[in-house]
Write a protein that binds this ligand. Structure first.
Ligand code: SF4
Length: 226
């Protein structure tokens, strides 16, 4: 697990990871090779939450290290102008569902306290959900194409900003205007803008209002290209 940022927060995140390591709360513990608690910067104002570990993640104990992870890293770099170590990345469930199936509601519920703990420690201002499972978990919505590019209120003043899961983008290679990839690139640009504004201490309400305008203008101008 790679952690950066505030040492006290790192210790608390490590403590949660230790609990995950011995967790037997759901049947996914029976088939996992490694637990995958999450990694990255505990001071990040933006946290990324995917669905669950895949085969590469299960083998290495790190989130988003396979092809989907490489694409996420590339998009962060090219469009958000961020390094992977700038943000914290985790999943809804911390053990791999067999054959990469969608985790059941029981599994999600069993694992919830770990994600809650990570959010309490990191205190992100914005949670970027990757794909349908975290979208549903945080918002109750089930259609990513209709929910991306919008903000949803969560507990406290945390905002949810849904975008596509990178593995979906690997299956949908087109990047023509209006395609999932085209929107994902646009979302990444917005994520970069929000990250820098929040790091400068700007208020999350103000930041999201400003970027809502920006999203509209980028969508209308067809401007997902850097
Ligand atoms: S998925 Fe979560 S609840 Fe299930 S065994 Fe792994 S850590 Fe425990």
């Amino acid at each position: 697990m790679f952690l950066y940022g505030n040492e006290e927060k790192q210790k608390n995140i490590e403590m949660i990871a230790k609990r995950i390591e011995v967790c037997e709360k759901c049947p996914l513990n029976l088939t996992r090779t490694n637990t995958v608690p999450g990694s990255g910067n505990v001071d990040s104002p933006i946290m990324f939450v995917g669905e669950g570990p895949g085969a590469d993640e299960d083998a290495l104990g790190e989130p988003f290290v396979g092809r989907a992870g490489q694409l996420l890293e590339k998009m962060l770099k090219e469009y958000a102008k961020l390094e992977r170590k700038d943000v914290f990345i985790t999943n809804i469930v911390k053990c791999r569902p067999p054959q990469n199936r969608v985790p059941t509601q029981e599994e999600v519920k069993s694992c919830q306290s770990y994600l809650d703990g990570q959010i309490i420690v990191i205190k992100p201002k914005i949670i970027v959900t990757l794909g349908n499972t975290p979208l549903y978990y945080f918002t109750g919505e089930s259609k990513i194409t209709q929910s991306r590019g919008r903000f949803f209120n969560w507990y406290g003043d945390i905002k949810i900003f849904p975008t596509f899961h990178p593995s979906y983008l690997l299956r949908n290679q087109s990047s023509t205007k209006g395609s999932p990839k085209w929107y994902a690139y646009l979302d990444m640009r917005i994520i970069g803008i929000m990250y820098r504004a929040l790091k400068q201490g700007k208020d999350v309400e103000e930041v999201t209002k400003t970027v809502e305008e920006k999203i509209k203008s980028l969508e209308n101008a067809g401007g997902s290209q850097t």
